[in-house]
Design a protein around this ligand. Structure first.
Ligand SMILES: [Zn+2]
Length: 380
């Protein structure tokens, strides 16, 4: 993976925040690292004599984030929150908001506490494809250990307060100088340093290790497949669709329904794609769609306590021999879903070379899909 840091360009940036914006944009330029709002970054600085975490605000993409996209949050408050035994994510969000020194800044990332806990100036977090590909496989536990012997390796837990709390507990006795970074299984990777260039470079180098591991152990060969005919008007789900008939999509569409429904690559994708697609082999489209909705309702009923059920329609369909069709409420949404699925397809095919693709459990998927923070947006 290419290191895009340019010393000449970086010379222009003097302040902590300017450098933070620069390397955040560099991370965002690689869609193998982050996609559409994924990942987050921060820098610790002093403003008016107070320790402040400037952390990515929600609603910003790393590729285009500017200085005003970072929320200034008091470090003290964030570190105090990490010590709480329990805290709902909604209370965490309002607590973080109250601790902002500029109330017109965007809401801080839900990982702000975790960023605060890492005792280095610059913290970089991505959902690097290569890392989650290795992690999301049946041999993920052992292979991640092999590729990252000097990293703190964290088993999957829900993002937000539970993740911050887990890191707090795991690192109480830790000498941070002994680790090179953090791997969050089934989710992503953190690197950090007191220098912006070094923190970014550590990310590129760490992800390159995973890429090299995959090149050695999980190469795939895509076959040439002529797409078959399919009457797309039969899929009456959305007026905005994205049809993908790339070589990758055609190969992926040959997998069995069981293999196509093994879950997402990194938890936040579930909000965009749902856990599984509509899979069409030879059956009647209407029957398949009815079955999809019924199965979705069963999944909802199995885990729901008092949540509001989301739309039961699929977010994308895998049509055997034809390709992938993504559905959006807007064209942009359909295109974004297609991007997410494109990265998922490659990861699944490669993870199958590592003993088989394996994502988070159904229950963990449900908890992410029905996260109280997402539900709160619905009830508004
Ligand atoms: Zn993340």
């Amino acid at each position: 993976m290419k290191n895009l840091y340019n010393d000449e360009v970086a010379k222009k940036f003097q302040s902590d925040l300017e450098l933070r914006v620069y390397t955040s944009n560099l991370l965002g330029q690689s869609d193998e690292l982050v996609l559409h709002g994924g990942g987050n970054t921060s820098v610790k600085t002093i403003i008016d004599g107070e320790d402040i975490l400037l952390v990515k605000g929600s609603g910003w993409d790393l590729v285009s984030i500017k200085a005003e996209g970072f929320s200034p949050v008091k470090m003290d408050t964030l570190l105090d929150m990490a010590k709480l035994e329990t805290l709902s994510d909604s209370d965490m969000v309002s607590g973080q908001k109250k601790a902002m020194i500029n109330q017109s800044a965007p809401n801080p990332s839900v990982e702000a506490i975790l960023h605060a806990l890492i005792p280095y100036k610059f913290v970089d977090h991505t959902h690097a494809d290569a890392v989650v590909t290795i992690s999301n496989s049946k041999t993920g536990q052992e292979n991640i250990k092999k590729v990252y012997p000097n990293f703190l390796i964290v088993p999957y837990v829900m993002p937000g307060f539970i993740l911050a709390k887990t890191i707090y507990e795991m690192t109480k006795e830790l000498d941070w100088d002994n680790i090179d970074g953090i791997i969050l299984h089934n989710h992503g990777i953190f690197t950090f340093d007191n220098d912006a260039k070094k923190s970014y470079t550590k990310m590129i180098e760490a992800v390159t290790k995973a890429e090299e591991f995959l090149d050695k152990n999980a190469t795939i060969e895509l076959k040439d497949i002529t797409p078959k005919e399919f009457d797309i008007t039969k899929l009456n789900i959305s007026e905005f669709i994205h049809i993908n008939q790339s070589k990758l999509a055609l190969n992926y569409s040959q997998l069995s329904k069981d293999d196509l429904t093994r879950g997402v690559l990194t938890p936040e994708h579930i909000i965009r794609t749902k856990r599984v697609p509509l899979v069409l082999e030879d059956e009647n489209v209407e029957d398949a769609l009815d079955k999809f909705k019924k199965e979705y309702e069963e999944y909802f009923k199995k885990f729901a306590t008092n949540e509001i059920m989301l739309d039961t329609n699929p977010k994308y369909a895998v049509i055997k021999g034809f390709g992938i069709v993504s559905f959006g409420k807007t064209q942009k949404e359909a295109d974004v879903i297609n991007d997410v699925i494109s990265h998922t397809m490659m990861a699944v095919l490669r993870a199958d070379k590592l003993g088989g693709y394996k994502s988070i459990s159904l229950k963990d998927s449900f908890e992410m899909e029905y996260w109280e923070l997402e539900q709160a947006k619905l009830s508004k």
